[in-house]
Write a protein that binds this ligand. Structure first.
Ligand code: GRF
Length: 204
């Protein structure tokens, strides 16, 4: 399975996925990193990991349609079968979502449907969770549709909240859990695809 990862800042999930592919844990390959932030740690990681990357943003290509065409053609050129949004701070346009429908997944640092939607990202999520005195938080991997954080939930893992938890400590815990959950979910997607291929071959 050829995978494209989209990331705007740190890129630790991108790195975790890439390393799992390189070690053979995921039977796939990260073909491409796409980032809208030239100075992101994600691009620095791509360079170190020898993964091809594209920096594309409003500054590079102000015309939205041309931007989308560039992204879509690159995904097609690289035969990407799965797109992982891992800390990508830009909403994908409906044209990309339509052409890659069902093949785009996102990692979100809460137990969706709680603490999701427009404006709920990064530390804002953890601050809100703690403000509401929740006992557990968690992370979710879900399919992407045109509604923020509303696509079908594929997997979730809870994180217990301890006394004296801070948004920073919760973010750190979430990140560790995310690395595990995104790898597990990608493996499940690949297994499902292989099962389907075997079934189709048998029934031909
Ligand atoms: C993660 O917390 C993810 O849930 C959110 O953005 C963050 C990305 O972390 N969507 P990293 O850039 O992969 O370290």
């Amino acid at each position: 399975m050829r995978i494209a990862v989209f990331a705007s800042h740190n890129g630790s999930n991108f790195q975790a996925i890439t390393e799992a592919c390189k070690s053979g844990e995921i039977k796939g390959e990260v073909a491409l990193l796409i980032s809208n932030n030239k100075k992101s740690q994600a691009i620095a990681r791509a360079k170190n990991l020898h993964i091809q990357f594209l920096h594309i943003s409003e500054n590079v290509e102000p015309n939205e349609q041309l931007r989308d065409t560039k992204i879509s053609s690159l995904l097609n050129e690289h035969n990407c079968e799965l797109v992982v949004l891992a800390g990508y701070m830009k909403k994908l346009s409906s044209s990309i979502i339509d052409s890659f429908g069902g093949k785009i997944i996102n990692i979100h640092p809460s137990l969706l449907p709680k603490y999701g939607g427009k404006g709920m990202y990064g530390s804002k999520v953890h601050k809100e969770v703690l403000k509401n005195k929740e006992y557990v938080s968690g992370v979710t991997v879900h399919l992407v549709n045109s509604d923020y954080d509303k696509g079908k939930i594929l997997s979730q893992q809870t994180i217990p909240i301890t006394e004296n938890e801070t948004p920073e400590s919760l973010a750190e815990k979430a990140r560790r859990v995310e690395h595990h959950l995104i790898i597990k979910t990608i493996k499940e997607i690949i297994e499902k695809k292989n099962r389907l291929a075997r079934y189709e071959k048998k029934t031909k």
